[in-house]
Design a protein around this ligand. Structure first.
Ligand code: RB5
Length: 147
């Protein structure tokens, strides 16, 4: 799968560990930065370009990491076509895709350890949207907010 990943300084270390893990899984991964650790960088500068790439289908799914995952989630969801969530548990990692067609996962680099992040991402990437009528109806109501 073609993926995009990004982090600010708060997620820099986790991104550096996850990138080769994703490539070893066979995914093509585009890195949207940060490319150097800079304690003064701002998560929207990395999250918004990734979110736009997800919305434009340049990458199929996105992984955005900041310190808590909160800022990344807030910024990503401002981009029309993005359905992002901060994920900290396995159930939500796949159910968010199955029911809500989540196309970006946000993680907290200061909160979620590597092994947990790995499991959450695998669950996220293996899940597929069910296309169930009730979920489509709910997503249409959400999408109306983008108009
Ligand atoms: C940066 O210090 C931190 O605020 C940021 O990474 C993120 O946690 C925001 O939600």
């Amino acid at each position: 799968m073609k993926l995009g990943i990004c982090s600010d300084h708060g997620g820099f270390e986790l991104k550096a560990i996850l990138l080769p893990f994703l490539e070893q899984m066979g995914h093509e991964v585009k890195d949207y930065g940060a490319f150097t650790l800079d304690d003064k960088d701002d998560y929207p500068d990395f999250v918004v370009p990734l979110a736009k790439a997800v919305a434009a289908n340049e990458v199929v799914r996105g992984i955005a990491i900041c310190g808590s995952g909160v800022g990344a989630s807030i910024a990503a969801n401002k981009v029309a076509g993005v359905r992002a969530a901060l994920i900290q548990d396995h159930f939500s990692a796949h159910q968010g895709v199955e029911d809500d067609n989540m196309n970006m996962i946000c993680l907290g680099g200061r909160v979620t350890g590597f092994a947990s992040a790995q499991e959450l991402i695998v669950a996220f990437l293996q899940a597929e949207f069910t296309n169930a009528e009730r979920h489509l109806r709910r997503l249409q109501k959400v999408a109306l907010l983008e108009k």
